[in-house]
Structures are given as structure tokens and as C-alpha cells.
Design a protein around this ligand. Sequence first.
Ligand code: AMP
Ligand code: ZN
Length: 431
Amino acid sequence: MFWVRDIETLLPEKLKELQVSLLDKTVKQAIKSPFYHKKLGEQGLTGISSLEDVNSLPFTEKEDLRSAFPYGFLCTELKEAVRLHSSSGTTGNPTVIFHTRKDIDEWANLIARCMYMTGATESDVFQNMMGYGLFTGGLGFHYGAEKLGMLTIPIGPGNSKRQIWFMKEFNVSVVHILPSYALRLQSLLREMGLDRKRDLPHLRIAYVGAEPHSEAMRKKIEKSLDVKAYNSYGLSEMCGPGVAFECEEQNGLHLWEDSFYMEIIDPETGKVLPEGEEGELVLTTLNREAMPLIRYRTRDLTRIMPGACPCGRTHRRIERIKGRSDDMLIINGVNVFPIQVERVLMGIPGIGTNYVIEVKKDKFMDKLYLKVEVDNKAFKGTLRDMEILEERVTEELKAELSVTPKVKLVESASLPVTEGKAVRVYDLRNT
Ligand code: AMP
Ligand code: ZN
């Protein structure tokens, strides 16, 4: 099942030729933005004529996006942009991504291509359980599913009973869902006295992504829900989901090389690694109008898989994401940087300087736990005052992170102090 057979099966040599011309176009488009005008202009770069030339192009970092906030990366007139998305989980300025109408259309086509590749058709009924709004998971899949022609239910996350009711009443066959939530669904069904086979007989495909998950977790999802679960990878800086996706072989994710140019680098040295070695994924957009990005450091760790895929697609596959080269945590799909926690804590009077962050699984979902020392000198309140302080910390963190932590205040100097670099984050999930 090919959405665009010619492109999906383009011979590697032809694909490379296409990439060279699209990369050149991208550089020429990027120079129209204030950021790249300066950055590429300083190096006298105006285009490229071979893939080797890519090496001379500078990397783009998340920090660059923040520093050029709000319009520093915009390459078109503002009136040509029709949508803005923003990535969660950063301190200071958020990262914003602009799209023209054509960018949105290209993105929807990519998602349609991904879903069609797994056997979804216009006869399917699709329930999108990912967040709508600034997060790209909801709207990205929504437009793709409509492009494919599926009856699309834009339910968004939460309210499990309503989710299951819609699934049952409308014979939902395809869902887009967080892996952790997918595992929870089976027990929710049981709690509601429902039976997967009897009450959701049409369900057959689950797209799972937005957070790291293991092969074992996929198997668990497939077994508990009796579906085929396909890994979906993307990041808002590139568009959102639709960057790389598993085909029916479920053995690595085809990264769409007509839309993104990929490199794997050593995160320490920035050197491009030989094909097959594990490192950090670096991506360049190839079709974007409003906001092309050159050699964007995703911080995601993976490797390019060797050999051709039996499905016939020529776009190379990446392995499922192994982890990150920075300290970003992903909590039920929401990006959280430990530094955000620290910044909030340090702004609250009565809070000490030491704290510990733990991430654990609770009924299959991620839960953020925080132990925070109070400052005995500054805090001399009653037990009730302590509770009020705990509530304040929880509320302020919730506002900053979009994740509700479980906060416990502890005595001053009661948390362990490590020698050397402080270890404050313990990720105790076994994904
Ligand atoms: P955002 O820009 O908020 O959409 O977050 C993008 C990040 O989520 C990526 O850079 C990855 O770290 C993570 N991510 C997205 N999809 C997956 C996936 N299928 N497996 C592992 N991590 C993922
Ligand atoms: Zn394949």
C-alpha cells in the first residue's frame, strides 16, 4: 500500500539527487530569515551542490530557536504563515514553529502516507487521543487522517470513559495514543465491565509515539489490546509526527528522506558518524517554506539500520529512539527539563537548595515525584503552613511544566549530597 509509490520507492541514487536539489533550495529559502541571513551570510554560504557540502553548513540548536524568538527564523512574510506550534518543556522563551498553508498540506500528506503504509484506509474510523493545541500530536494526525479520508474523531486526551464510549459506539478501528495510556486502556475496559473482543470488535491499529518506549512495551500493548502497534516519531521543530514511521514489517522506522535530510553525529564532537553507528539524529527540512531548519540537533539517539526493507520502500530506517543526549525527560508525552523544576523551586521563599526528582510508573502512567528540602532559616511555620507551601510548590510546578508533580517537603539537609556533580534526577521507569 503506497500513498505515493514513485516517491516511496525512489531508487537511492535518485533520492540523493532529489535531496541535493531540495537542500540547495532550503538553504536559499533559509537565508531569507534574519537568523540564517546572519549565520550563513557570515560564512558566505549561499547554497550547496553536493551532499558533501552539507558538512560545511552550521548546526541549529534548540537554544538558537529560543534566542531568535519570536520571528527570527521566519522566511516568509507573516501574512503567508497560517499556523504556529510551540514546543513544551523549555525555560525562557518557548520555541515557536511557523507553517504556511503549503507546509501544513505537506505535513498532512506525510501523515497520510504513514497511516496508509500500515494499512489504514478511508473505510477506517480514527480516534485521535493525543493533545490538540500547541502540541503537534493532535492536529498533525488530525489533518493527515482527514487527508486519508478516515472518519476522524478529534477527542484529544483524558476522560477515559468518554474515550471508550466513542470507541464502542462508532466502531473505532484506528487510534493514536500515548504508549503509556495504551497500556492503561485494557484495565480501564475491565473496570467498565467491557470486553475488548465483544465491545470493540473493530479495533485493529494503534499509533504510538511522542515518548520513548521499548519493543517489550510495544508487544505488551499489542497483546493487551489485540492490535498492531506502530511506532510514530517526530518533533515539532521538523513539523511534528510524520518524520519517521514503522511500516507493516515493524522493524525500524522509515524516515521520509524526500522531506528530511538525516545525519547521525557524535553528540560530543559533532562529527558525522559512519552509517550504522549509534549517535544523535540531526535533521534538515527539505520542503519547508515558512521555517526551514538546517542541521537541527534533535538530541535523540538512534542509528540508521542497514539493508533494504522487504516492504519495498527505499527510504532508510532508523531504530526506535534509545534515549536523549541531553537531560530532557518525557512524562506522558510532555517534555520536561530538570532545570525548569529548579528555576521554579528557587523562586519560592522558604525552599532550600537541595531537591530530588524521581519519575516512576503508576498504573502504567508516568508520575513525577519531588522531594524538596525546606530552608530551616527562612521557614519557621506550622504544619499547616508546611501544607500550604507544599501546595504552592505543586501549583507553580504544574503551571510551568504542564505536568502535576507529587511534592513532598523534607527537612533541611536531609537529602543525600553527592560528591562532585549533583545527581538529582532518578528515572525509575522501565520503558
Ligand atoms: P515535541 O517537539 O514536543 O513533539 O517532542 C519531540 C520529542 O519527543 C522528540 O525529540 C523525542 O525525544 C520524543 N519522541 C517523539 N516521538 C517519539 C518516539 N516514537 N519514540 C521516542 N521518543 C519520541
Ligand atoms: Zn518498510
